[in-house]
Ligand binder design. Structure first.
Ligand code: EPZ
Length: 427
């Protein structure tokens, strides 16, 4: 398996362009199943996960071709309604084909995703939502079979937890149901809004975009449309934290600073400079003793549904707080096991103690982390290790970087362009 070799201690300077959001591309790709015709999606990132979703769509009968960042997708002839285990186990977001398949064909058979490194990741809220629309679901041999006689009927769906893909899945089913559907306690992440925009362009009638209450008036017919994927706010935040950790000054373009208020607020409290200019922002660290490094104040965070601090930036922020000048409490409230990066960060010299859903990060100050061999365990944990390695002295070898390639487009090239000493080695 491929590895990354990073020689840390080098401040980052320059400009980096942000790619389309993985967590918007996945539901929007799945939404092309809803209607025949040629769908056009712009700004689609080329990632392991988007390639997996395109493979799943092909299995279902979809054809597609990519030209640069644009993908043309035709779903005239669906030839299957099953998402197989060997594919779903590699990407749990495959469950997002449930809603559109139910809307288009009235039936879907999707392997249960199984857990992953960060938690059990059940889909009970997805299934409960479908049942409110008249769908019957049952589990057999690790697959969930969902079926409805004729058209789904609108209903009221309440999410105990504002599940992001749960909201997206039920939304994609409800747009074709008969009558009105209300989704209460819906997720408000920008990626949900991106899906709403695509569905409306296809002819859906949806009210409450960006709120926790979505009202969907079912329509008889949806048509293929042209849409664009929003910038990846988690990729943006990852680079912002990387600059804060290494020092330097980087302008991040093709992003949406408005999607990152929670992180920006925390980084300013840490002592980092951030200047927002429309679709770009510049992160820099003030000079201290002739070096572009700031005294990193330790700052507490609690992960929350949007617009709270995103759980997908928790691991990266922890790598930063490992170098703080005090103690930071990191409270993870979304997933039950999202501290897999702690043991690996401690191999680099971090001083972190886990107490239930909280990590107590005793900052060891700047320039104190030391490179060592570490192992990536999941997508965002691997980003956390990259950030720590970039600011550690000496060399760090990160194994199992296929995790990283699930969600970060061209990360090695982008970091090298910022002056980082990083290379990918074929194991
Ligand atoms: C989405 O996952 C994202 N993935 C995740 O990003 C992100 O961490 C998460 O939302 C939270 O923001 C995609 O959008 C493809 P949830 P999702 O349903 O939808 C529990 C990344 O790194 N839950 O909002 O699966 C669940 O276990 C990935 O890019 C149930 O119990 O997350 C979790 O504890 C990681 N039953 C909480 O709710 C359900 O039916 C929130 O999960 C659904 C969820």
């Amino acid at each position: 398996m491929d590895k990354l070799l990073i020689d840390g201690g080098v401040p980052l300077y320059g400009t980096v362009a942000i790619s389309g959001a993985k967590n918007a591309a996945l539901p929007l790709l799945a939404a092309t199943l809803l209607a025949p015709g040629d769908h056009i999606l712009h700004n689609v990132p080329d990632l392991r996960d988007t390639r997996t979703m395109l493979k799943l769509l092909e299995i279902l009968g979809v054809t597609w071709q990519r030209t640069g960042k644009t993908i043309r997708i035709n779903s005239d002839h669906l030839t299957g309604v099953e998402a197989p285990y060997d594919l779903v186990k590699t990407m749990r977001a495959s469950v997002l084909v449930l809603g559109p398949l139910l809307a288009r064909t009235g039936f879907a058979r999707v392997s249960l995703p199984g857990g992953c490194a960060i938690g059990a990741r059940p889909i009970n809220y997805h299934l409960k939502g479908f049942e409110k629309l008249g769908v019957t679901t049952h589990l057999e041999q690790g697959y969930v079979e969902a079926a409805v006689e004729g058209r789904m009927r609108g209903g009221t769906v309440y999410f105990d937890i504002p599940s992001v893909t749960g909201t997206e899945n039920v939304l994609m089913a409800a747009v074709a149901a008969q009558g009105e559907t209300v989704i209460e306690n819906a997720a408000k992440e920008p990626e949900v809004g991106n899906l709403v925009d695509m569905l409306v362009a296809m002819g859906a009638k949806i009210e409450g975009r960006d709120t926790d209450r979505l009202v969907i008036h079912g329509v008889q017919k949806l048509t293929a449309a042209e849409s664009a994927i929003i910038p990846d706010r988690i990729e943006t935040g990852t680079y912002m934290i990387a600059v804060a950790a290494t020092g330097g000054s980087v302008t991040i373009t093709d992003c949406n600073p408005g999607h990152l208020s929670a992180l920006t607020d925390k980084l300013l409290l840490c002592g980092v400079n951030i200047e927002e200019m429309g679709e770009s922002l510049t992160v820099s660290c003030p000079e201290v003793d002739g070096r572009s490094l700031c005294r990193l104040h330790s700052v507490d965070i609690t992960t929350l549904p949007y617009p709270g601090f995103p759980t997908d930036l928790q691991a990266q922020f922890m790598a930063l707080m490992a170098q703080g000048n005090g103690t930071a409490i990191i409270h993870e409230t979304i997933f039950e096991n999202r501290f897999m990066h702690v043991a690996e960060l401690k191999r680099l010299g971090a001083d972190i103690a886990i107490e239930g859903s909280r990590a107590v990060v005793r900052g060891i100050g700047r320039d104190k982390l030391c490179g060592a061999p570490v192992m990536a365990t999941d997508l965002r944990a691997s980003a956390s290790l990259v950030i720590a390695a970039l600011s550690a002295s000496g060399q760090t070898e990160i194994s199992r970087i296929y995790h990283l390639e699930r969600g970060y487009e061209d990360m090695v090239d982008k970091l090298q362009a910022l002056g980082a000493r990083v290379e990918k080695i074929k194991a």
